[in-house]
Design a protein around this ligand. Structure first.
Ligand SMILES: [Fe+2]
Length: 340
């Protein structure tokens, strides 16, 4: 098979057509056409790497043929042949995609130089295209590997979260039920705030295990019916730090550990463990704090009966800006979605 690059010469005049053919025939496969229509017909059935195209031809002018070639065969380079009289149109043809032009009469080296330059450009483009395709293949392969790894990671995360739920359920059944509710409410609040889906899911996960640290707290304190003594409360407060330490040990759950650590901070800075206030408290921790309080109000506790929905909403309003972030409270009250 002839693997030489293919040149098509389109010129209505025999002499230039023939002389260019003679100059190029040893280096390339050279074809000729005596007019624009014939040239385009050739190209419809044969590949051409480069076209030498006369600008003045009786059947179709060179610019029209050039536009047609660039439209139908954009990878083919075009060199225009022009007489001095048409030099301006040849120059302006560059903006229609012509690579260069040859001025008649031309000598052998002009023809070889301009054709070789055109083909070199084409070779570089082909090599770039092939490298780009290889790179795209590589990117697709890597994306696929990343997706597989992400799926594995999610399964791993889910398994870990389930194990943690079982651990907390074994220790304290109330906390386990409460955690499920806080997860649901945290997700809902995140949705009300218009957070991205991924963030909503992270909040659900954090909600489920926000009190995981209670597995490190004495059962007598956890299950005590009456109010806690000062010492017992100090002990109880350690659960956010213990929980963060447990979750921080799980790969890829660092964000969740931070939410757990700060879920008892209060907006006015009177919470624990660090007494952070306002913007210092991470937003997800502010959300879980509200979900935690809302669920607590929705259920009977040893120290008080459950509250009706309107009283819970009033409580949120009253504690807005002190215990809770006022912006989040406002969004909850406006949306009316949280406690239907
Ligand atoms: Fe807690």
């Amino acid at each position: 098979m002839d693997d030489k690059e293919k040149i098509l010469i389109i010129d209505d005049e025999l002499i230039p057509r023939y002389s260019i053919q003679q100059v190029l025939k040893d280096r390339y496969s050279v074809f000729t056409a005596a007019g624009g229509a014939e040239g385009l017909d050739f190209m419809a059935h044969n590949h051409a790497d480069l076209v030498v195209l006369d600008i003045r031809m009786p059947d179709m002018d060179g610019i029209t043929v050039l536009k047609e070639i660039k439209k139908r065969f954009p990878d083919t380079e075009v060199v225009l042949l022009t007489a001095y009289a048409s030099l301006e149109s040849a120059r302006s043809a560059v903006r229609f995609g012509a690579l260069d032009y040859l001025i008649k009469p031309f000598d052998k080296s002009d023809v070889i130089n301009v054709v070789e330059r055109g083909l070199q450009k084409k070779r570089v483009q082909i090599s770039i295209k092939s490298e780009r395709e290889k790179l795209l293949d590589k990117t697709k392969y890597l994306e696929c590997q990343v997706n597989k790894a992400r799926e594995k990671m999610m399964m791993y995360d889910e398994g870990t979260v389930n194990a943690l739920i079982l651990a907390i359920d074994a220790k304290d059944h109330y906390t386990s039920d409460h955690s499920g509710n806080v997860a649901r409410l945290s997700y809902l609040i995140a949705e009300i705030l218009g957070l991205p889906k991924e963030e909503c899911n992270k909040l659900r996960q954090a909600g489920i295990i926000h009190d995981i640290g209670k597995i490190g707290i004495d059962e007598a304190i956890l299950r005590k019916k009456g109010p806690l003594t000062k010492e017992e409360f100090i002990e109880m407060k350690k659960h956010s730090e213990i929980g963060a330490r447990i979750v921080n040990a799980v790969p890829f759950m660092g964000d969740t550990a931070q939410i757990i650590y700060y879920h008892h901070e209060r907006f006015d800075g009177t919470g624990y463990p660090e007494g952070l206030k306002e913007e210092e408290i991470p937003v997800p921790a502010r959300i879980v704090a509200i979900a935690d309080a809302v669920d607590s109000m929705m259920h009977d506790r040893p120290y008080r009966a459950r509250l009706p929905v309107d009283e819970i909403l009033t409580e949120l309003k009253v504690c807005s800006g002190t215990q809770f972030d006022p912006v989040i409270v406002d969004a909850i009250l406006k949306s009316k979605k949280l406690l239907k």
